[in-house]
Design a protein around this ligand. Structure first.
Ligand code: NDP
Ligand code: BG6
Length: 494
């Protein structure tokens, strides 16, 4: 990261009394400031309906940083300097009268010529109103440097609504001002996928259908829906995780090398992957998609309720908390290689990884080894225990010729030490610097909705494909095993 520059900017956060601001945004801003990479001078205007004074908001944020930030304030004097930049404006973002008040607060607090970055951190149903109000007030018009807007996921809830939201945004902002955030793209281990693939010459020759038998992408969570039952009822695993985080990971694995590591070329290559994914046939959804919902079970040894017993969830809810997809990328590199994606809440453990299974050797000369040899695999561990492992066969010591798998393992923590920066740190800084490489472009988002459309439609029907139950703390529905066995594979147990 570069050292903080003299670039006055203001960040205006809508929904600033919420969970995202407390757990992610403010700790990230603080860590950037403490690491002396946040451009200065800056002003942070926080707005939400909850009545609070500036000081009350600052006290809340101090507690949030104590709980969630990677870096703790070295002294209260340093914290006070940061806190002085926080201004709270109470008001309803759907009410046009709030916007002149935000403008007044900006005029009072921001440095001359400051750039402005708006952040939509409210429930997505409010984005339309916020964008419309920003457009009709003078706030969206540049005053000093840049004016940009960050929009949190989920960006729409299907193809039609994503397009409508896109049109709404386009009425107030140019495309290059719009930053659609997907925090997975800001994770160090996710950024490393492209470095690993394209800064090392030895993997590229293997990275295709001739050597790769199957790719599995797993984003498993051990937590349930926590306090977000009402939101999750509207979303489900497909909209909450698959449409964005998992499809982005697939693109990073499947894409061709971009000409340079810049927003345009990277986005172009990811879009090409989306174009190459074979569309899901509406009449054959069950061959490509499987869903499940957790029932009661155990997490960390303690009994936990089923999804339908969670707060804010309907007792007869059909919302999926587990989703698996089988996708094919129809191009020269990947023809015939199945990409299996799965995600779920209340699974056996929290783990996100990408596993690439290679073909078996064409002919095994070690016939006397009773166990045989398992195929090589490369596992990229996104989190936790960040790193990667290549499994190869080796002779196990002893007089007999026996073969066994060994792991060549790289662990971030051991090699680099310390805690890696949070995804939101990198992404906020990129938006301030005008680098959209790690943000999702509008056409990618729309293409992702289009791909999942037949699944969303089928799962939305009363007589749609079955919703398989699974026990909280398990690896998902038993039926998921038969789903993957078609390609003579099995889900990994990370
Ligand atoms: P919250 O539900 O905590 O909402 C944020 C704030 O929006 C609330 O504090 C509330 O403030 C305001 N708000 C809620 N309903 C209304 C309403 N009807 N009218 C006006 N204001 C309202 O959401 P999160 O902070 O969890 O998430 C914000 C966004 O970030 C969402 O799009 C979410 O999908 C996304 N996101 C969240 C993540 C997280 O970890 N929380 C992770 C990734 C994405 P007040 O009542 O004071 O007005
Ligand atoms: C969010 C989802 O986008 O990602 C949450 O809305 C999920 O449901 C979260 O828990 C997972 O993020 P992470 O970084 O903890 O893997």
């Amino acid at each position: 990261m570069t050292v903080a520059a003299e670039e006055p900017f203001s960040l205006i956060i809508f929904g600033a009394s919420g969970d995202l601001t407390r757990r992610k945004l403010m700790p990230a801003l603080w860590s950037l400031y403490a690491g002396r990479v946040l451009p200065e001078p800056f002003t942070i205007i926080a707005t939400a309906r909850t009545g609070m004074t500036d000081d009350e908001f600052r006290v809340r944020m101090r507690a949030a940083i104590g709980e969630f930030a990677r870096i703790q304030p070295p002294s209260e004097a340093v914290w006070e300097r940061f806190a002085r930049a926080l201004v709270y404006v109470a008001g309803d973002p759907t009410d046009a009268a709030l916007y002149p008040r935000i403008e007044r607060a900006l005029k009072d607090a921001e440095a001359a010529g400051a750039s402005r970055l708006f952040y939509c951190a409210t429930p997505p149903s409010l984005y339309d109103d916020i964008i419309q109000n920003l457009g009709s007030s003078s706030l969206a018009r540049p005053v000093g440097g840049f004016t940009r807007i960050i929009v949190e996921k989920p960006f729409g809830r299907d193809y039609a609504s994503a397009r409508a939201l896109g049109r709404q945004l386009a009425s107030a902002f140019h495309e290059e001002q719009i930053y659609r955030i997907d925090h997975y793209l800001g994770k160090e281990t996710v950024q490393n996928i492209l470095v690993f693939r394209f800064a090392n010459g030895i993997f590229e020759p293997l990275w295709n259908r001739n050597h790769v038998a199957e790719v599995q992408v797993t984003v498993a969570e051990s937590i349930g829906v926590e306090t977000r039952g009402a939101y999750y009822e509207e979303a489900g695993a497909l909209r909450d995780m698959m449409q964005n985080h998992l499809l982005q990971l697939l693109c990073l694995i499947a894409m061709e090398p971009p000409v340079t590591f810049d927003a345009g070329p990277v986005r172009d290559e990811k879009n090409k992957v989306m174009h190459a994914i074979r569309p899901i046939e509406p009449a054959r959804v069950s061959e490509s998609a499987l869903r499940g919902q957790y029932g009661p079970g155990f997490a960390e040894g303690k009994p936990v309720p089923g999804y339908r017993q969670e707060k804010g969830v309907a007792p007869d809810s059909k919302t999926e908390t587990y989703a698996a997809l089988r996708l094919l990328v129809d191009n020269w590199r990947w023809a015939g290689v199945p990409f299996y994606l799965r995600t779920g809440k209340r699974l056996a453990k929290r783990v996100s990884e990408i596993a690439i299974r290679f073909h078996h050797t064409p002919h095994l000369i070690f016939r006397r080894s009773p166990a045989g040899v398992e195929a090589n695999s490369l596992v990229i561990r996104i989190q936790p225990d960040e790193g990667m492992a290549l499994t190869v066969a080796a002779k196990t010591p002893g007089p007999d010729l026996r073969l066994g798998p060994v792991r060549l393992d790289f662990r971030y923590g051991e090699v680099f030490g310390g805690e890696p920066p949070e995804a939101y740190e990198r992404l906020l800084l990129d938006a301030i610097h005008g680098d959209a490489t790690l943000y999702a472009p509008g056409d990618w988002v729309e293409k992702a909705w289009q791909l999942l459309g037949p699944v969303l439609d089928a799962w939305g029907e009363a007589a749609g494909p079955p919703l398989y139950p699974y026990e909280a703390g398990s690896w998902g529905p038993a039926e998921a095993e038969a789903f993957i066995a078609r390609d003579s594979g099995a889900w990994r147990r990370p």
